[in-house]
Design a protein around this ligand. Structure first.
Ligand SMILES: [Zn+2]
Length: 953
């Protein structure tokens, strides 16, 4: 809040502006085969041949490099032509030279390295064990394209224990297609079109810049030289040690060349370079690390926030681990074009501009400030978890990304406590994150085998979000301090090395044993690996069902939670360990209310009985206190009722995280038909008094199933009035005045207004309509709050007429920033002919794309849903012509909202018309039919109960 900003501003007064590199001339690293130690005149050495099948790779390796050689140092020389050479002969070429120093582990004649999108012009192999390097004779080379392998075969065998050097010259490519490898980006600054180059190597793209052993376990040190036009700035992982010029006789040009200092020992994917028109602000952390924020010069005024955040987080992480950040500097650079959100390259972290640059003067909203603080924390913690200790193989990527997710919250809390990060962890990462995919029958485990060329597939929500939740789960039962001690142990044991998940479990077990003074398995019955494997090696998570069997006894059973009652799990495919878990279940009851130090009982792969000491019959009980375990919790109906009463009488008796937990669980368990859905409608009744963000957010995230089931029924009017009334006190107190210095209140206001307008709160509708009218009157001056625009447009168009719709139609053609929001909002109109015309135009004109337009109409109102279905059926031949077989997906998506026998008849009739559909579409059709049948059952079970409840209010 105000105080925090004041603090940040004070610190920034130490900021210095640096427009160029600071050259520290120490030494020069020579790159190339003509280095002084090379003795060229000696005859080529003949080594004894070994019995080896040289050109056949072992299919069983699955594309993993042979383990016969181990690189320990690289010298890399890169000259990227991201502008044309003066003589016009070179553009988008990458001239490169590399020396790879390696040790032979096992006798072999093959040297296998990765390379991609390059032509190897020349290679030379040297024995460097003596005083002078000896050139060795090579026999042949082979390329294995599918695995990006380049295999050089020597005449004789390389000897175990001897060091060698492979020198290569090549022409690669400055990538301008997918922004991976060494790529070129184009952007406009002050109306001038500019270009830059930068690298993005994770997971498997370092091989596009230089031939290398491109697997994370092959750690080495790197010396890099970059050649570029003098008007640019060049950056890499380390400080430059020499800036020089270089005359290229081929193009008759004088270039700048910067030699960078030797890196620490690290994986290939952490190398980084950029050359461009960059400027920076810089400061020095309290632990003496130079921190610089780089970006386009015109955006430099937005860089100070990142500098302030980085200063705090980098030093705090060093202090937390008691392991110094090992580089002299940390550069964080905002790139106008970048494929990922950000990348943790050691010493040179890259970000998309919106994840590094923030300034209230630029009109940036608090959600951007939160993103920036969070993403910087994510990248800085990677300097330890990822860079210092790296997963041995991509299967264990969660050891990088799960930790990064968890420490985003820790790091953001240090600089922005007003965002209440810890309150939001479970809702964001578990309930609305992990659970969304992990509650499906076709989810997958956190740790799974992955082939080398599929490494990128591991960068999925499971790795990041469930990985973070696994750490949260541990902090709940190990305790934060002891868990961090275990992490220190793990970091110290595997520094500059690689680890697998079992190494983490072993380090934690050691630490816990030291603390408890004995063998964990003997004392506790399980070690950390045994406790954690069910969470990481099989998909899914449990629902814990609690039933009161006497005044003081609760039966606790666990089951695999699946959102769809029809889901069938194909066991083998998804790492079945019986779908049971070790659940540390915390709980308390009304009389004791132990929320800071609750009771805990373990469900070890089975059930348990909980004892409610001192409870009376009238007491409620509650579990998973403060949301630490990765579980859903279901209670007996009587207890749901007691909790609801408590919330209505005095909601503050329960912690805010548990209030959000109850709302989310009730809505989702109702959807999954494991609880009467009316329970969720009853429990949210207390929201009328709730002023905290998280419980409302829990409702906002999970409201859609209820809405879609009811909005074509007469009950929907009652639901609309109910929600509109619940939100009205917050609506009255928060209003429409957005203040960008706010923290969590900014998000509260957004949630409140969105819910109010969506459920027809009269003042919200009037306000939205007026704001839209003001924009229509002055189209070049859109004053609507940026994060409210979708809601305001939709509300004004839903309650407006042809004028509002036509304005959106015309405006979206000329206003690219608002185009998507306006197109979606055009699906909100309640004028039949406009909706149908909108879809017809999309089908014939093809300006918008029929598929997406049908979606906008389908999901924005009950009327739209019905019209969109009719339109899809009537025009399926045309849709099929445009989209081929995937047109069937458009039809099946309607099943999510279909919930009547008439719907089912229509869906089946449609399926019968196209009974010759391809097998995949037919499978999806069967799934869609099951979905509708499930929805019909939900309606039969729930609609009347919900209506009776809403009528009783
Ligand atoms: Zn990451």
């Amino acid at each position: 809040m105000g105080g925090d900003r004041g603090k940040a501003e004070k610190k920034s007064s130490r900021t210095r502006i640096c427009a160029t590199l600071i050259p520290i001339v120490l030494a020069c690293c020579i790159i190339g085969s003509t280095g002084e130690n090379v003795e060229m005149s000696r005859p080529l050495q003949q080594l004894p041949a070994v019995d080896e099948d040289i050109h056949v790779t072992n299919e069983e390796s699955g594309g993993l490099l042979p383990t016969t050689l181990e690189p320990y140092h690289y010298k890399v020389w890169l000259q990227p032509y991201f502008t044309e050479s003066k003589d016009g002969s070179k553009f988008l070429d990458l001239d490169g030279k590399v020396d790879i120093y390696f040790n032979c582990i096992e006798d072999t004649r093959n040297i296998t390295v990765h390379h991609e999108y390059m032509t190897i012009l020349k290679y030379e192999l040297y024995d460097i064990s003596g005083e002078v390097d000896k050139l060795l004779q090579t026999e042949s080379n082979t390329t294995i394209t599918g695995w990006d392998w380049y295999i050089i075969t020597s005449m004789g065998s390389l000897q175990a224990g001897v060091n060698y050097r492979l020198y290569m010259e090549y022409v690669g490519t400055v990538n301008h297609l997918d922004n991976f490898g060494f790529y070129m980006g184009t952007y406009t600054e002050d109306a001038i079109v500019k270009t830059f180059v930068a690298s993005q190597f994770e997971a498997i793209a370092a091989r596009r810049a230089f031939p290398c052993f491109d697997e994370p376990a092959y750690k080495a040190t790197f010396d890099t030289a970059l050649v570029y036009r003098p008007e640019y700035v060049a950056l890499s992982n380390t400080y430059s040690i020499l800036n020089d010029t270089y005359y290229d006789p081929n193009t008759d040009e004088v270039w700048s060349v910067t030699y960078f200092g030797t890196t620490v020992k690290m994986s290939t994917y952490l190398n980084a370079y950029t050359v461009g028109d960059w400027a920076c602000v810089q400061s020095t952390t309290r632990n003496g690390i130079d921190l610089r924020i780089w970006c386009q010069p015109s955006l430099l005024y937005q860089a100070e926030y990142a500098l302030n955040v980085g200063m705090v987080q980098l030093s705090n992480f060093e202090d937390l681990w008691n392991i110094p950040y090992p580089m002299a500097k940390m550069d964080m650079s905002a790139l106008p074009v970048f494929s990922s959100g950000a990348m943790e390259n050691w010493g040179l972290v890259f970000y998309r501009e919106n994840y590094l640059l923030y300034s209230i003067e630029a009109g940036h909203t608090p959600d951007r400030r939160k993103d920036v603080a969070q993403v910087i924390a994510h990248e800085l913690i990677h300097q330890w978890f990822g860079n210092l200790v790296t997963m041995e193989w991509w299967s264990h990527l969660w050891l990088n990304e799960g930790f990064a997710t968890y420490f985003e919250y820790v790091g953001t809390h240090w600089v922005e406590p007003g965002f209440e990060m810890f309150e939001q962890f479970f809702q964001t990462e578990a309930q609305y994150g992990t659970f969304q995919s992990d509650q499906q029958g076709d989810s997958h485990p956190l740790i799974m085998d992955v082939a080398p060329n599929d490494a990128n597939s591991m960068f999925n929500a499971m790795t990041y979000l469930k990985g973070g939740c696994i750490i949260k789960l541990m902090d709940g039962f190990v305790g934060v301090d002891l868990m961090f001690e275990g992490f220190r142990n793990y970091l110290n044991q595997f520094s500059y090395d690689n680890a697998v998940s079992d190494d983490l479990w072993a380090a934690l077990t050691q630490t816990i044993e030291l603390d408890m003074g004995g063998n964990m398995k003997d004392i506790f019955g399980y070690n950390m690996k045994e406790l954690m494997d069910p969470w990481t090696l099989q998909m899914g998570f449990p629902v814990v069902n609690l039933t009161r069997t006497s005044t003081t006894a609760i039966q606790a059973d666990q089951g695999h939670f699946l959102i769809d009652p029809n889901d069938v799990v194909e066991d083998e495919e998804y790492g079945n360990l019986g779908y049971v878990w070790h659940v540390p279940l915390t709980f308390t009851h009304k009389t004791e209310q132990l929320f800071t130090n609750p009771n805990m009982e373990w469900l070890h792969l089975t059930s348990a009985v909980l004892t409610l000491d001192g409870a009376t019959d009238n007491d409620w009980y509650i579990a998973n206190i403060n949301q630490t375990a990765l579980i859903r919790v279901n209670y007996d109906v009587d207890n749901w009722g007691k909790l609801t009463q408590q919330l209505l009488v005095d909601y503050k008796a329960l912690p805010v995280r548990n209030r959000a937990h109850l709302i989310n669980d009730a809505l989702v368990l109702g959807q999954a038909q494991q609880l009467d859905h009316v329970v969720s409608m009853e429990i949210i009744q207390y929201l009328y008094n709730e002023i905290e963000y998280m419980p409302w957010q829990a409702y906002e995230d999970e409201q859609y199933y209820t809405k879609y089931m009811l909005w074509r029924t007469s009950t929907y009017g009652l639901l609309q009035n109910y929600i509109s009334n619940l939100v009205s006190p917050n609506y009255a107190s928060l209003g429409w005045n957005f203040d960008y210095t706010e923290d969590i209140d900014y998000f509260r206001r957004l949630d409140t207004l969105r819910i109010a307008c969506d459920y027809n709160h009269a003042d919200c509708v009037a306000n939205a309509t007026n704001q839209y009218a003001a924009w229509m009157a002055d189209p070049d001056n859109n004053k609507i709050e940026i994060n409210m625009r979708s809601t305001v447009y939709c509300t004004a168009i839903r309650h407006g007429g042809e004028n509002e719709w036509n304005f959106a139609y015309n405006r979206q053609r000329i206003d690219p920033e608002e185009q998507n929001r306006l197109r979606s909002a055009m699906g909100c109109t309640q004028l039949n002919y406009l909706l149908t015309g909108y879809m017809e135009e999309a089908l014939t004109g093809d300006e918008f794309g029929a598929r997406i337009t049908i979606g906008f109409v389908r999901d924005n109102s009950a009327l739209g849903f019905s019209l969109a279905w009719t339109f899809t059926v009537d025009n399926f031949v045309a849709l099929n012509t445009i989209y081929g077989d995937s047109a069937f997906d458009i039809a099946w998506t309607f099943a999510n909202q279909m919930n009547t026998n008439k719907d089912l008849l229509e869906l089946n009739a449609f399926g019968n018309v196209y009974s010759d559909m391809p097998v995949e579409a037919a499978n999806d059709f069967n799934e869609a039919v099951k979905r509708v049948e499930t929805n019909i059952l939900w309606m039969e079970r729930n609609e009347d109960q919900i209506r009776v409840f809403l009528e009783s209010l």
